[in-house]
Every structure is written in structure tokens, then in C-alpha cells.
Write a protein that binds this ligand. Sequence first.
Ligand code: GDP
Ligand code: MN
Length: 399
Amino acid sequence: MDIHEYQAKEILTGFGVKTPRGGLAYSPEQAAYRAHEIGGEKWVVKAQIHSGARGKAGGIKLCSDEHAVFDAANEMFGKRLVTNQSGPGGKVVYRVYVEEAANIEKEFYLGLVLDRTTERIMVVASKAGGMEVEEIVRSQPASIIRAVIDPAVGLTEFQAREIAFGLDLNPSQVQQAVKIINGCYRAFRDLDATMVEINPLIVTEEGTLIALDAKMSFDDNALFRRPEIAELRDKSQEDPRETQAADRGLAYVGLEGNIGCIVNGAGLAMATMDMIKLAGGSPANFLDIGGGASPERVAKAFRLVRSDENVQAILVNIFAGINRCDWVAEGIVQALENNPVGIPVVVRLSGTHVEEGRKILAQSGLPIIRAATLSEAAERAVYAWKQNNEHDVKLAASS
Ligand code: GDP
Ligand code: MN
């Protein structure tokens, strides 16, 4: 789960990371009032969306009076910002953050990520921060500083200092940097984050180190034990299909292929996708309906899979342990009776109450293609998809 910049800054401040003074606004009037409250003569108005690279998309505005703050906010509210990280659909601005502007002397990059190769938290830093960091990674990869943290030891004082030295800071700034790196690390570890990014981390003209931007992501599977983080979720910033799925307890990931999958259990879902590939097809999604799936949940899974226009056949593969084949079968019948899909549906049921399940499917009178094993199911789904596709091609050619 991602959160907004202002939320990340509030969290990091609690871990001793210095950030500019700021206030959140839901309207241009409130934004101008925030500038007034903060005081000073220069402010930055920052669009709060779940994406970086806002600067280049018009989501960051420097202002030197309260009217300019009002105008900048007015311009941003309700706008769909398309950045090079937001995807083509962009993200709509419903909140802006107003901050006292900093006088930047230097911009650095500081990031903490979960490194899958070493299975550890890795600190990444670069002397070249700000909006050009992607370019630096490409053109001067050797200039990137990396430090892997041993989970048994944690981030050592030595490591933090070595990173700070790598940024060519003077002794008093090294102290400040160590505090910031340490704060980011503790926030990452204590809150089950998957990413903390400060870009840019700046040195001001006054010689102070400040986190000018902040981004944090969290492990979805740990949110149950971090209610204070789960609360920060902003659904307006999420892909509606994945939000819908998550809200219904379904794990859905969209893929490129044509065969929609409805499966219980992540392992079985992956095995099903492999079998589809082996049979010469390609899966359109990964959808795990979980254990104990009720008919309502199965019906919702069908609607979700069908909402992808690329889907030309559906394969339902259930191995019922906790689950019950008769419930799943009822779900399938309900879904197809209320909302015929118009494409082939292949069903393979196995496990608890399988005979009842098969009976329900057989008696429904629906054109369901049944299969006894996983490989048979995959072959039939791919065959059905190819038939369906050829049929469409012929129709298109004859019209
Ligand atoms: P991003 O584009 O979404 O990553 O947003 P950032 O918060 O990183 O801002 C983008 C850029 O705007 C920064 O790299 C800075 O160069 C500039 N910027 C942001 N805040 C300030 C500020 O307070 N003062 C000045 N002078 N520039 C700022
Ligand atoms: Mn940034």
C-alpha cells in the first residue's frame, strides 16, 4: 500500500527525520490559509497523489505570496495528473500540501528498499538527487552508493556514516545525515514498510539537511497488525479493479493473456497459469478467491474476470479443502444464470463435496465444459479459447 507525501513526512518526523513545516489543504482557500499559518515569504504547493515525478507534471509550484498559493492550489484541485510513474490514466488531485519553501544548495537521493536478491533491506544513496536521478542510474551506475543491512545487527553507525561520507558532506552534516538515515531505517523496520524514499534529501543554504520529499510503501500482508498505517489508505489513488478485488477478499492481478482464471489458493493459481502456458495459451489474470469462498464471492470473481475485455475463455480450477465444491458450483451457476458470459467456461472441481458440486453443474443445464484433472482443464480451456477466437476471426472476415 502506498501513502501520500504528507503522511510519510508525518511518520518520518516521528522517527527524528527533519522535514519542512507544512499543512494539508482540501480547498484553495484552505491552502492560502495554511501559507498564512506557516508564515514566511515563500511556499511550495504540492499535489498529493500516489506518484512521484509530480514536478515535471505541474504538481509542484513555488509561490511567493498567498494569492499565488491560492491560484496554484486552484489549478491543481480536481486535475488528473499524468506523470511518468502514474500510468496513462494519471491520478486525480483531491489534497494539496503547503510547505515553507527551502533554499536548496544541494539535492541528494536516499532510498531504502527490500532487496530481493540478498533478502535484506538495502540503503541506496546518490550525490545526484532531485528530478534527474533515473538518468544518473542509467548513465553513471557506479556513482550509486549501496549498503545492505544485516537483520540480526540492524543498521550500524558505521554504515550510516559511510553513506554520509559518500555524499561528500562536512562533519556537522554527516551527523545530521546519520540521524536521518537511521530514522528512515527504524521507520522502515518498525512499520513493515517495503520502501522509503527521500528524493531530494537537501542541504539548505543555511547548512541544514532536510527531507524535502518523502515516499513510503507498506507490505499489504502486514497491514492487519499496523492499523495506524492501514488507516492512511486513500482509495481515490488506487486501480479500481484491484481495489474492488481487495475489498472482496480476492487477490487479483491483471495479466496480458486471454484465458481468465478463477482459482482458490495462490499455489494452485500459479500451477494453473503454468498449465495454461504449457497447453499453448496465456492467462489473462491471477485471481485467488481464497479458502471458504461463498457463492457470492465466486459470482463476484466472475464479474471481475469478465470486466477484462481480453478474456475469451474462463477456467475455474478449485481444489477444495476448507472450501466446498458444492458452494463453488452454486456460485458458478448463480453467476452464469444472472449474467451469461458469452464465452466458454471450463470447470474443474476436486476435493470436499465434489460429487454434489458436479451434480449442481450438470443439473444447471448451463453450457459448462467440465474437466477431471488440471491438465485436462488447461487443454480444454486453451482449445475452447482457440475455437472461440477462430470463430470471431471468421465472423470479422465475413462481415
Ligand atoms: P516530485 O517531482 O513528485 O518528486 O516532487 P518533489 O517534492 O521531489 O519536488 C520536485 C522538485 O521541486 C524538487 O526536486 C525541487 O527541485 C523542487 N522543490 C520542491 N520543494 C522545493 C522548495 O521548497 N524549494 C525549492 N527551491 N525547490 C523545491
Ligand atoms: Mn521527489
